[in-house]
Design a protein around this ligand. Structure first.
Ligand code: HEC
Length: 229
């Protein structure tokens, strides 16, 4: 009996050391282009789905998700930040998407649960490309993204372009990424959220002291969205 226990413990130790050694020796292929084993995928999927379900259970959905103004605000957010990974009606590919692992869902085809969508957008998903937008966006803005994403499936490319063209500018980014003032090329400027990013990085764009005519300052926009809560 005692011997059996020792053998069991020794075996467990060898297994743990073996796994640690495998990791330390760098044998694991961390490349995003080498897929997981099927067992790893099913474990990760179960863990992600259960985690999101549990954490989203206490999220309270606001009543104004069908408010056209909220949806319109979300359209601007989505076009500026999400299409590179999640596509949109009429945007069927991007440069970043083929290389992402896990693949982001095509949100113009997938219906999301509002609680879970809110939680995922705010907190992101570890070890995936999904960022935690809660660091740079307040809850009201994140809810506007949820409101818009709910309307995406079934939207035609024309409807998508029209709503994005009407949407208020994305306050967090300044006017640069909204392209032609007449909205002449909505896909070119807004469809490629990732491509638009170099423009945002212009030195001084976010400097609080800088006042450019017509430019919304981060402080002002934070106050404005605070009032909406
Ligand atoms: C750099 C790529 C990237 C960007 C940008 C991005 N996401 Fe994601 N997103 C992902 C990935 C990858 C997943 C899936 C992660 C997984 O499967 O574990 C995901 C998952 C989601 C989900 C969960 C979908 C579901 O089926 O439950 C939602 C909702 C979502 N993203 C919304 C957004 C919104 C809104 C934005 C813009 C504000 C955004 N994402 C920007 C990569 C991205």
């Amino acid at each position: 009996m005692k011997n059996a226990l020792i053998v069991l413990l020794a075996t467990a130790l060898v297994i743990v050391l073996g796994i640690y050694g495998y990791m330390w020796l760098g044998m694991y292929d961390m490349g995003a282009d080498s897929p997981h084993w099927r067992m790893t995928v099913s474990m990760l999927t179960m863990m992600r789905e259960r985690s999101i379900e549990m954490h989203a259970a206490s999220v309270r959905v606001p009543r104004d998700l069908d408010d056209p103004a909220v949806i319109l605000k979300g359209a601007g957010q989505y076009a500026a930040m999400c299409t590179g990974c999640h596509l949109a009606p009429g945007i069927t590919d991007s440069e970043i998407r083929p290389g992402l692992y896990p693949q982001p869902p095509n949100l113009s085809e997938v219906r999301v649960d509002p609680r879970e969508a809110f939680w995922v957008i705010k907190h992101g998903i570890k070890m995936s490309a999904m960022p935690a937008w809660g660091f740079s966006h307040d809850d009201a803005t994140i809810w506007s993204m949820v409101a818009f994403v709910r309307k995406l499936p079934g939207m035609t490319p024309g409807e998508y372009r029209a709503i994005v063209a009407k949407a208020p500018p994305d306050e967090d980014m300044g006017p640069m990424d909204h392209g032609a003032p007449d909205g002449a090329t909505p896909e070119g400027n807004r469809g490629e959220g990732m491509a638009a990013m170099p423009g945002m990085k212009m030195p001084g764009m976010k400097m609080p002291g800088m006042k450019m005519p017509g430019m919304k300052m981060p402080a002002a926009s934070a106050a404005a969205s605070g009032e909406r809560r």
